[in-house]
Write a protein that binds this ligand. Structure first.
Ligand code: SF4
Length: 266
């Protein structure tokens, strides 16, 4: 996932997984002569992010990793709390995910890194795989792979170093390291289907140990059998970002929110 001497940006949320990734990658970087930076994205959710920013800053300062904070507000002019009041039926998590991915790309370009690492664990990969299937959103399956190589369009490699580790094991790692991590849950987390999928998969794993790994293998192998639309052919008519259609998901989302805000003002 990492080559010698690369500049790596870690997405650190202040949760147990991202703090474990921070510790592990910082350690690996010593023998790789890699430069490690960390960033926390502030979605603008009152009572949720403040604590995690402080925890992330503290962990980075102990390990000597430069830490940055960027907010949705810096790039899109909306916080998630504002979006919550404007959105229609979409789940907060789907909007948040769309904006977070773009924020991550913009920060990676700004800081000129080679690699962006996120702390998705085995459970996250399995849940996302199933959610994409249930939503008939198969074009997103390749984005769930543990390694996404750089292309002409996306200069940074995206990696998920914890992709094969159970969430439970990361919790144990965190406990053994006496890690202080954020325990407050996002107030919007139960709107999406993810919590239900998590419960179902956990029951399946209990009854059929190892089934999460089978799901994981499918999540990794299925994209190889797909013929994907060529993203390179399309550019968003508003922001010129690579997309599968005329307008990218970020611009479509922001347009909807602006329309809603204009109507409310009238
Ligand atoms: Fe965003 Fe959903 Fe995560 Fe909250 S739970 S931070 S809304 S993705």
């Amino acid at each position: 996932m990492l080559n010698y001497g690369e500049k790596v940006l870690l997405m650190v949320s202040g949760g147990k997984d991202s703090l474990a990734m921070l510790r592990i990658i910082k350690n690996v970087a010593k023998s790789h002569a890699s430069e490690v930076l960390a960033v926390t994205i502030d979605e603008g959710i009152q009572g949720y992010r403040e604590d995690s920013i402080e925890i992330s800053e503290n962990a980075c300062s102990i390990l000597g990793v430069p830490h940055y904070v960027f907010g949705f507000k810096d790039f899109f002019d909306y916080t998630m709390d504002e979006i919550e009041l404007l959105k229609d039926t979409e789940s907060s998590c789907s909007i948040c995910g769309i904006l977070r991915r773009r924020t991550m790309d913009l920060i990676a370009q700004k800081l000129d890194v080679h690699v962006v690492a996120t702390a998705h664990n085995l459970d996250d990969i399995v849940q996302t795989f199933l959610i994409n299937l249930l939503n008939s959103d198969v074009k997103r399956l390749p984005w769930n792979l543990p390694v996404h190589h750089e292309t002409e369009l996306f200069n940074q490699r995206r990696i998920k170093p914890l992709a094969e580790i159970y969430e439970e094991e990361l919790a144990l790692y965190s406990f053994l390291n006496k890690e202080r991590f954020q325990k407050v849950s996002c107030p919007y987390m139960h709107e999406g289907i993810r919590s239900e999928i998590r419960d179902i998969v956990n029951v399946l794993e209990k009854n059929h140990p190892g089934i999460k790994y089978s799901f994981f293998k499918s999540a990794v192998n299925v994209p190889g059998f797909m013929s994907m639309p060529e993203m390179e052919r399309f550019r968003c008519e508003k922001c010129n970002y690579p997309t599968f259609s005329k307008k990218c998901s970020v611009c479509s989302t922001l347009d909807k929110l602006r329309n809603k805000r204009t109507k409310q003002v009238k």
